[in-house]
Design a protein around this ligand. Structure first.
Ligand code: AVI
Length: 321
């Protein structure tokens, strides 16, 4: 859909059936599980924006600090006139820091949350009158085929926020391989990756005092009540987030405070007291560990920027395909 000659929308939003099948099968396994991509309905996306501004959530402000400090070095790596794809663009706030420095010819924000994506793309189109924007509503964790019109120019992918951390190793590997194919020979990937660190700091970031993260986690149940005719009572579930040292990841769960039955899309599920739905993993990496993953996914490490407290890293990788 063409909104103006500089703003285009491409809608590949997953069908409702996808969430239903995913959720029902996730609730039938021994450890109940729901994929974190389902957090991001319109309200969930707003809550995530609030998380990014929380004092405990060091990730966003540290990444933004790095973008500000090293913007010109990053722009030098990327070069001007590229087509810039942003995966999981959300409210597209970080990209503003890059756009002026990098001057891509086309910007392609990709996100699963349609209202959020299209709103952010429209506001960028207003503010950047020299930029062509193609907003793509897509679940980038599945395989994708992008419109041919976007395949010219040198292609650079931007994947900020350590969203790679929300994927298991095999999923992260598959996604990086897909990105390497997308950008092709000469293409690059700029990616934000959260680092392994002090457990207290990590756990505080996912257990904020204002309980915005708890609301974000529980909003998933509100979404299932609305979209899958479920009857979760939010006061009967508790937010849990803790660091799993063996796996180098923060785990988020929703824990049932009592024994109860829940209806979801016409099926009945039993929860024991203390039984959880595992809703998210947020893997943390060492620089070397992330380089290994990048290497076996078709990328060569070119440059890495890290803040002086070693909290967060931004990598520039080049495709070897
Ligand atoms: C989007 N993603 C990188 C966030 C994270 O830190 O794993 C999602 C999040 N979950 C709870 N707080 C933030």
């Amino acid at each position: 859909m063409t909104i103006s000659n500089r703003l285009h929308f491409h809608d590949f939003q997953p069908a409702l059936g996808d969430i239903k099948d995913d959720v029902l099968s996730g609730l039938q396994t021994e450890q109940k599980v729901i994929a974190p991509k389902y957090f991001y309905d319109a309200h969930g996306s707003k809550l995530f924006d609030r998380i990014c501004r929380l004092p405990e959530y060091y990730l966003t402000r540290t990444e933004i600090g790095l973008l500000k400090q090293y913007g010109s070095e990053i722009a030098e790596c990327i070069g001007s006139g590229a087509t810039l794809f942003e995966l999981g663009s959300g409210s597209s706030s970080k990209i503003r820091l890059l756009l002026d420095a990098v001057r891509p010819s086309i910007y392609v924000p990709m996100d699963i949350s349609k209202e959020h994506l299209f709103g952010a793309a429209s506001s960028l189109a207003n503010d950047y009158d020299w930029l062509e924007i193609h907003a793509v509503c897509i679940d980038y964790s599945n395989s994708w085929q992008l419109p041919r019109s976007l395949q010219g120019n040198r292609r650079i992918a931007y994947f900020p926020g350590s969203s790679i951390g929300n994927l298991h190793d095999n999923e992260a590997h598959a996604l990086l391989k897909r990105i390497a194919e997308l950008v092709g020979v000469d293409g690059g990937l700029l990616i934000g990756v959260d680092l392994i660190k002090n457990v207290k700091l990590l756990e505080a970031a996912y257990n904020d005092r204002q309980q915005v993260t708890a609301a974000f986690n529980k909003n998933l149940l509100t979404r299932l009540n609305r979209e899958l005719n479920a009857d979760f009572r939010l006061e009967r579930f508790e937010h849990q987030a803790f660091y799993n040292r063996d796996m180098n990841r923060i785990e988020m769960h929703l824990s049932s405070i009592c024994s109860q039955f829940i209806q979801v899309a016409g099926q009945r599920f039993h929860f024991r007291a203390g039984e959880t739905i595992h809703t998210e993993n947020s893997y943390k990496y060492s620089i070397a560990g992330f380089h290994q993953l990048a290497l076996r996914s078709g990328f060569a490490a070119v440059k890495v920027w890290v803040d002086r407290d070693n909290l967060f890293s931004i990598h520039y990788l080049e495709s070897r395909r």
